[in-house]
Ligand binder design. Structure first.
Ligand SMILES: C[S@@+](CC[C@H](N)C(=O)[O-])C[C@H]1O[C@@H](n2cnc3c(N)ncnc32)[C@H](O)[C@@H]1O
Length: 254
């Protein structure tokens, strides 16, 4: 399919909402690694290894289907790969024991469905400390048509493998149900990054209220909220707010 066969609605949103133009997410991840110098890095969703290769510290990567095509080991003193879905990983293994300590930095980029990311966040937070940083990918869709659980074939053809899905719902749910967390949402190219700190490993809110939160997330309609409405609700900021060590350390410290 070509762009000329897009429906009127998709065409309208494609035109009215440009791609996010902030610094690419690989570069922002590099800033975090270089400037926060984490001792431990946890990643859900690794695929080719592009994001994992940025880390130089002890790392654990989880993906049911690794598709590595580059040197992901680099200078890492330790790197463990678990080729299983993240839920199975958390059921079978104790991340704190694997690292022999808490996770400093995590990047959650696995299955792009809201309930999966909610579980990935909740399960990861348990292995963090208060000032660890959990980064969520793809929560800031730039077009209505790519933000659904089943993107249209037209959008698939246009975007190839890139499917943000409905994890924007997880961001809204976290903001509502965990107001204690500190969020920085930046306009990283192409679909944003959410940096979360002030974590609470002992919190059971998300697991206790999981069913109700998922039901509530599913009831959210991006058509009703609107893309611009979503941007203002989540307080989308330019990546320039964290582009120097000084600015980063005002919001994050390990
Ligand atoms: C967008 S790719 C990750 C890209 C990578 N983080 C990067 O930036 O280079 C998403 C990955 O999530 C993996 N995935 C799918 N379902 C998953 C699950 N249940 N648990 C963990 N990873 C999953 C896929 O196999 C895929 O490799």
């Amino acid at each position: 399919m070509t762009a000329t066969s897009l429906s009127t609605d998709e065409e309208r949103h494609r035109v009215s909402v440009p791609d996010l133009e902030g610094t690419h997410y690989f570069t922002v991840l590099r800033w975090l690694h270089e400037r926060l110098a984490p001792a431990s890095y946890f990643e859900i969703g690794t695929s080719s290894g592009a994001s994992l290769s940025i880390a130089n510290c002890a790392s654990v990567a989880v993906d049911p289907r690794f598709d590595l095509n580059q040197d992901v080991i680099g200078r890492k003193p330790f790197c463990a790969f678990y080729q299983i879905p993240s839920d199975a990983f958390f059921r079978r293994y104790d991340l704190t024991r694997i690292f022999d300590g808490p996770v400093d930095l995590a990047f959650l980029d696995g299955l792009h469905l809201c309930e999966f990311l909610l579980r990935d966040f909740s399960n990861t937070e348990r292995h963090c400390r208060r000032n660890s940083v959990i980064v969520l990918h793809d929560c800031v869709p730039v077009e209505m048509a790519i933000a659904s659980r089943t993107p249209s074939p037209t959008v698939e053809a246009h975007r190839k493998d890139w499917r943000p899905g409905d994890v924007w719902r997880t961001l809204l749910a976290l903001r509502k149900h965990r107001p204690d967390l500190a969020f920085t949402v930046v306009d990283s190219h192409p679909t944003g990054l959410v940096l979360i700190t002030n974590l609470c490993p002992q919190s059971t809110i998300l697991s206790d209220d999981y069913t109700a939160i998922v039901r509530e997330m599913m009831s959210l309609s991006l058509e009703e909220i609107g893309i611009e409405g979503l941007f203002s609700t989540i307080n989308l900021e330019p990546t320039a707010v964290i582009d120097t060590p000084e600015k980063l350390s005002q919001r994050f410290w390990l």
